[in-house]
Design a protein. Structure first.
Length: 341
């Protein structure tokens, strides 16, 4: 039979053991800070989406960590993608948000890419619809006038792998639109400033980002969407011609599909570094998809004119694998268009 001292010692051991059990069961993310690194400058479409997501996603992560958004612009988000692959710790505390077109650029052998896309862990992505908008000052009000103009229309762009560069290159090659691409901007916010000042005549990019962040120019008539580049006409753009309908050859249609439509499916992707523990990947994947259905999130997205068309991390992985399996002749042609010497 235990003495009084023995009972005290036993109770002490039980309390210590219970405390250790509680500590062991405490969620990993409790009290943590998650960095969401956006590969474009503040104020642009990617940045706007990321900040809305960050405000709502935390409640779907067990432990409810703080999520902070940081901007790492440069090279069309390539700096952020390379950082996410080579520098970010694989601990589930750093999410990188970069443009899906870089996955195709990797297949094409673009310089500067320091990652192997299939090795990333994918949280999910937001699909995009694509369009090109021109300012009133450009003198081009519709695609017919664009075809007919005798001058090159200057379009602003960031870098290869971004829609604002890839789309103009493919449209010029497949449809013959007169385009002069001006690259080197840090993000769409900077391109819009250049367009508003007359430095360029407009840009091609996501319709969601354009209608959200260039709304004043579009609503006032100082800018106009003249062409869309989608697998089917967007509900907002029913009167705007679709590039795929203007293509006159099978090759042109294939190039538009693989070069633009396909990469639009993973346009705004959210990745984790290779080697991130699977259980943390799963937590963030589920939280991302739950956020996409959250009423408060959807309400804020609607108010900010952001369309929400999510795909899961597994779907992103499938698309990345399909890119790697492209036919050599299509890869060669896309390389010639998208990676000009």
């Amino acid at each position: 039979m235990l003495s009084k001292l023995g009972w005290i010692f036993l109770v002490f051991l039980l309390e210590v053991g219970f405390a250790k059990l509680l500590f062991a069961q405490e969620p990993f993310y409790k009290g943590k800070t998650v960095r969401l690194i956006v590969g474009f400058s503040a104020g642009g479409g990617f940045d706007t989406y990321a900040r809305v997501i960050a405000r709502h996603m935390t409640k779907y992560i067990v432990g409810e960590p703080t999520i902070i958004v940081e901007n790492m612009p440069g090279a069309g988000s390539l700096i952020a993608a390379n950082h996410g692959y080579n520098t970010s710790k694989a601990d589930g505390l750093t999410i990188n948000n970069w443009i899906g077109g870089l996955v195709l650029q990797a297949v094409l052998g673009s310089k500067g890419i320091q990652f192997q896309a299939p090795k990333f862990e994918w949280i999910g992505a937001l699909q995009d619809s694509q369009s090109c908008g021109l300012t009133k000052a450009s003198g081009v009000a519709n695609v017919q006038e664009w075809f007919a103009t005798k001058k090159l229309i200057k379009l602003g762009g960031t870098a290869s792998g971004s829609t604002d560069v890839d789309i103009p290159r493919i449209l010029k090659a497949t449809l013959g639109l007169p385009i002069q691409l001006v690259e080197g901007y840090k993000g769409t916010a900077d391109i819009r400033i250049a367009a508003d000042s007359g430095e360029v005549s407009g840009y091609c990019g996501t319709w969601a980002g354009m209608k959200s962040t260039w709304s004043q120019a579009l609503e006032s008539g100082n800018a106009n969407v003249v062409i869309q580049i989608n697998s089917g006409k967007h509900p907002d753009l029913t009167n705007v011609p679709n590039a795929i309908d203007l293509a006159t050859t099978d090759e042109a249609r294939d190039l538009i599909k693989m070069g633009i439509h396909y990469q639009a499916d993973i346009s705004r992707n959210y990745s984790l570094p290779p080697g991130t523990p699977k259980e943390r990947v799963s937590v963030l994947q589920k939280a991302f998809m739950q956020t996409m259905k959250d009423k408060d999130f959807l309400g804020e997205a609607q108010k900010a004119k952001l369309s929400v068309e999510p795909i899961s991390g597994d779907d992103v992985s499938r698309i990345v694998s399909d890119y790697s399996a492209m036919k050599p002749e299509l890869v060669k042609k896309l390389r010639e268009i998208m990676l000009p010497q």
